[in-house]
Design a protein around this ligand. Structure first.
Ligand code: IPE
Ligand code: IPE
Ligand code: MG
Length: 240
């Protein structure tokens, strides 16, 4: 049962450290976010090259709305600009893009961009790039619980029908495999409300490098780190 496959099927990254990267250079925080886009491109290329099938990037948490308005607006603008600029190239690379998060609080422009990128890359079958945008793991679990409760009260299912599989189907990640490997850059060792259900048995990795400095080489190094891990899923291995 203990899969020790050297290549993770699903890599999830908490892209952290943009603000610190900018501060180190006496720049504004949003300039760190701009620099981080190049690392997104690098991660997409490196993931596809390594044979990773799913890449989830944590781009904006529900908590991030609490940042100064100017920074939030800069991130929303950057999202729109990047989506416009990259859609064609992503489609050419065979990358399918999905946005994971509650579709609330967004401007009409951002909603249009979400629809545009999902539609124009829908045929991609080399890599699925999931952008967690206005995402909260606790919120998605609350929403899943709510919709199951509604189905029980309508008599569509009984409470006993609720198991891990059915619960997972109610999450925003429905249809995606669980992440095998969760990376958080910048040396912070926490999950900050990211894929809490799905990461139950993920391997975790916390490189010191700030997100704008996380290039293809750093991605390859992370893959080598993953290959050294032994996943046991609560079982015992023969050599222990
Ligand atoms: C991550 O970088 C990007 C987002 C959360 C949008 P930060 O902006 O959190 O950078 P630091 O952690 O302040 O350095
Ligand atoms: C997590 O980073 C969210 C994203 C990377 C999008 P934060 O920088 O917002 O998290 P905390 O505040 O350090 O926990
Ligand atoms: Mg941060």
């Amino acid at each position: 049962m203990s899969h020790n496959r050297a290549i993770p099927q699903h890599v999830a990254i908490i892209m952290d450290g943009n603000g610190r990267w900018a501060k180190q250079r006496n720049k504004e925080r949003y300039e760190g976010h701009i620099a981080g886009v190049e690392s997104v491109r690098a991660a997409v290329r490196a993931a596809a090259r390594n044979g990773v099938k799913w890449l989830t990037l944590y781009a904006f948490s529900t908590e991030n709305w609490g940042r100064p308005t100017a920074e939030v607006e800069a991130i929303m603008e950057l999202f729109c600009r990047t989506v416009m600029g990259e859609a064609e190239d992503l489609a050419r690379q065979g990358v399918r893009v999905k946005i994971m998060g509650e579709r609330t609080r967004f401007s009409a422009t951002v909603l249009d961009m979400i629809e545009h990128i999902e539609r124009s890359t829908a045929e991609g079958d080399r890599l699925t790039l999931v952008l967690a945008f206005n995402y909260s793991a606790r919120r998605e679990m609350v929403l899943a619980a709510r919709s199951l409760a509604e189905r029980v009260s309508k008599g569509e299912i009984s409470a006993d029908d609720i198991d891990e599989e059915l619960f997972a189907k109610g999450l925003m990640s429905s249809g995606m495999p669980d992440p095998d490997f969760v990376i958080r850059t910048s040396g912070e060792c926490r999950l900050s409300n990211f894929l809490l259900w799905q990461s139950s048995y993920a391997e975790l990795y916390f490189p010191e490098v700030l997100w704008p400095d996380f290039g293809e080489e750093a991605f390859d190094k992370a893959m080598a780190e993953y290959a050294r891990r032994e996943r046991r899923y609560g079982l015992v291995t023969e050599d222990c």
